[in-house]
Design a protein around this ligand. Structure first.
Ligand code: SAM
Length: 462
């Protein structure tokens, strides 16, 4: 690679010194590729039994593997459409591992799109608790929602806000917060040349200012004793160790704690920050010349347990109409083996019905992309189930499903939006690859009419 920015190369040469030749050699190698199994759908043991790809474990993430991009294309496999895994750079898996999310907690992913780390956190939470995924960019948020749906996440609230607008509302609310900050992306240069073209010393400074602003907005939202993980995919100390140092100077109620998987990584570089007094070597650096991955920085911070506890006022979401509940119950009775909806957890935005996590602060005035699990649309006299509901249901929950084998040509027809013949009774049917749901179809007169979302339909199988 001969077109890396001159200032970038000079900077790395000065920082890395003896290590520089080994580091720069990594630009002659192809990026490694990783995938992370979505344990909301399948265990790593089951997956490795049925998977058609050659996999090698990623040491710092039990559910993740390297695959061979030259041989296999897991992004184009039907198991991907069924949400069995997420394609993710191995080093990008480190921040959510460091966060150590637990089922039942309240967790915020503040810079979430396209959702690599959000889906990783969601799987670790096992669908229990509240996961707030925020993304400022109204375009990028679409991919976040699509990935959460594909992975069958049921307990996420998706917001489209500037972090500073969330601070007051969620004061002291979260047990854990992840800030996977916007950055100059030096660890993306091998994969994405546009990131490289946008890089400049000025851009690095601007990113560092923004990162500090996001950290400051996040700090009050963490409960005393809670954990905040800060990460970037850049090597620049201005956006990493220096940002953390400045944050700690301005927030004495926070302290660095060791990154749990630190033994796999290199330590943060205290010596790269002028006048540093803090223990920045507790942060971790993932370097492409030490491990297989594009590169990341991860810092784990804890808020002191004796910090003042913010006040939390829980809010109410718009109520559901009697008709909406009636339509949902009718659909459920015809389609599901059991009725699992409690009215207290339902909310209606226009004609869109959602199942929401209880115990949420008021979302009034906040841009909400998804207040919870999207169930479907309440139309005049009928309920149309959402794709999200299909992806987050199991075949054993529904009365009727069409389960197709991995190599059944009808699977491709379904994913391309075509109707497929069936022996099933008329009614809503979950179409699945083996036992893994792909979407809805409506059986009628021996045909399964296709309800796979139009914008997701496959053009060709290869
Ligand atoms: N965590 C994501 C994942 O694992 O898929 C990647 C996040 S990416 C590194 C950083 C995100 O921060 C981008 O989606 C970007 O739109 C968002 N962002 C940009 N400016 C922001 C700001 N001022 N506040 C919060 N987020 C911002």
């Amino acid at each position: 690679m001969n077109s890396l920015p001159h200032d970038y190369l000079e900077q790395m040469k000065e920082l890395l010194r003896d290590e520089y030749p080994v580091f720069i050699k990594t630009y002659e190698q192809r990026p490694t590729r990783g995938l992370r199994i979505n344990t909301l759908k399948i265990s790593p043991e089951e997956f490795t039994k049925c998977v058609p790809f050659q996999l090698n474990p990623i040491p710092w993430c039990n559910e993740a593997f390297y695959y061979q991009h030259e041989v296999d294309r897991p992004g184009k496999h039907v198991y991907h459409a069924a949400g069995l895994y997420y394609i993710q750079d191995a080093s990008a898996m480190a921040p959510a591992e460091a966060l150590e999310p637990q089922p039942g907690e309240r967790i915020l992913d503040l810079c979430a799109a396209p959702g690599g780390k959000t889906t990783q956190i969601a799987a670790k939470m096992k669908g229990q608790g509240i996961l707030v995924a925020n993304e400022i960019d109204p375009i990028r948020i679409k991919a976040l929602v699509e990935n959460l749906e594909r992975c069958g996440v049921t307990h996420a609230v998706v917001l489209n806000e500037n972090p500073v607008h969330l601070t007051k509302r969620f004061r002291g609310f979260f047990d854990r917060i992840l800030i996977d900050a916007p950055c100059s992306g030096e660890g993306m240069f091998r994969k994405d040349h546009d990131v490289c073209d946008r890089w400049s010393l000025r851009a690095v400074e601007k990113c560092a200012d923004l990162q500090l602003e996001i950290l400051a907005a996040a700090a009050p939202m963490l409960r005393p004793g809670g954990r905040l993980v800060y990460s970037t995919c850049t090597f620049n100390p201005t956006e990493n160790e220096s940002t953390i140092q400045l944050f700690l100077e301005q927030h004495p109620d926070f302290a660095l704690i060791p990154v749990p998987q630190a033994k796999h990584y290199q330590p943060g570089r205290t010596d790269w920050v002028p006048n540093s007094e803090s223990d920045l070597n507790q942060a971790s650096r993932l370097w492409p010349h030490y491990l297989q991955g594009e590169g990341h920085f991860v810092a784990c911070l804890e808020k002191r347990a004796d910090s003042p506890q913010g006040k939390q006022r829980l809010g109410k979401l718009p109520p559901v109409s009697v008709d909406a509940v009636k339509q949902l119950r009718k659909f459920t009775k015809e389609t599901y083996r059991e009725d699992e909806w409690s009215e207290g957890n339902l909310t209606l935005f226009g004609e869109h019905l959602y199942q929401v996590p209880v115990e949420l602060p008021s979302l009034k005035g906040i841009r909400v992309e998804r207040p919870g699990r999207y169930l479907g649309q309440v139309k005049k006299g009928r309920f149309v189930p959402s794709h999200a509901l299909a992806c987050s249901s199991r075949v054993d929950q529904v009365i009727q499903s069409e389960q197709l084998a991995q190599n059944d040509p009808q699977l491709l027809q379904y994913l391309q939006g075509e109707a497929i013949p069936t022996q099933l009774e008329n009614g809503w049917t979950l179409v699945a690859v083996e036992q893994f749901p792909l979407g809805w179809a409506k059986a009628s007169g021996g045909l399964l009419k296709n309800h796979y979302p139009k914008w997701m339909r496959w053009k060709s199988y290869a």
